[in-house]
Design a protein around this ligand. Sequence first.
Ligand SMILES: *[C@@H]1O[C@H](CO)[C@@H](O)[C@H](O)[C@H]1NC(C)=O
Ligand SMILES: *[C@@H]1O[C@H](CO)[C@@H](O)[C@H](O)[C@H]1NC(C)=O
Length: 345
Amino acid sequence: MKEVIIFFLICLAICDGVSVQLTSYRKTSVTFIAKVCVDDSLLTRTTSNRIQCGLLCSGHSGCRRFLFCPVSLVCTLYSDGTDCPVEQDTTSCSCYMKTVGYDGSNYTCPFGFYGNRCQQVVSDCADGVSRGVFTNAEGKNTLVYIKPATSPDPFEVYCETQEPGSIIILNRNVDCSSESFNRSLVDYELGFGIVRENSWIGFTGLLAVLTSSPDNKFALRVEISYNGGECMTEYEGFNIGNKETGYKLIIESYTPVTGFNPCGDSLMDDLAVVGYSFTTYDVDYTDTHLCGQKIGAGWWFASHPNCARSYLTGSMDGTSSGALWADDLEGYILNRIVVTLRKIV
Ligand SMILES: *[C@@H]1O[C@H](CO)[C@@H](O)[C@H](O)[C@H]1NC(C)=O
Ligand SMILES: *[C@@H]1O[C@H](CO)[C@@H](O)[C@H](O)[C@H]1NC(C)=O
């Protein structure tokens, strides 16, 4: 995916004889999904070809990615992100990410990159907010590149807006395209899914964020919508052990969030899973109970016939309660789950 196309836009609008605009793009991938549930587009037009679509993006300082589909001639501009999830099975569509945009005075960088010609990267969402590299003013969660100190390369995460600076690590939405969470440990390490829809950040990225701020404490926030309401619960002193520990779960305390209906505590109370390693169907730490296979989800399961009182990675089809948060949502169907990581500064 290293193909770079460069558009030289000379005198695109008004020729002042001086300004030369240069924008570069990287070709990214188009993923066919059954339902795109979050419309994050900036602008949609028909253009005669891909180049015209690229010119439209180049001339728009808020555009950071574009999708062009030659059959429909539809050109869509987006304000963030790398790849393009599309509903139609249009393999001929192409997706490009703006790596550097320049309008004669200002640079447009992929979110998270900043500085002259976008050479620097924020270390995490909190760093991005405090540097003013991006704001959450629009009330939209944003796809952002971060490079924690212990990470060799920048990677994309989903920055949250309600608590500016926090990172969405697990996102489930029954109204979006379904994504299997019954996956191997390698998948749980790499991360998977369409970030805005149903996704898991991956232990590699998560550990990079945690280990790059060893002096900070972290909170884990769990927000759930279920057939009956919404709730929120927070844990303080959240951390994850390294790969050798099997990504052991570390939590210091359960903290209900003032002003919100609490979800209850399904991690530290009955059948506590704190101190347990992360089990998947292929790497199971529950001895003969084989919780990974039985539940069909990766989670911190206890070595116990009941496995756990929670598994937010359980199947979600809106009719049965595969995903579980037993205290206090036993018997409810969970339709929306957002788990965020917040650095306490
Ligand atoms: C460049 O950015 C500055 C500060 O945000 C803004 O005032 C100015 O209008 C921008 N220039 C152009 C050509 O958009
Ligand atoms: C999860 O996937 C594994 C491997 O494909 C399979 O053996 C297991 O039965 C699945 N579990 C569920 C509950 O679907």
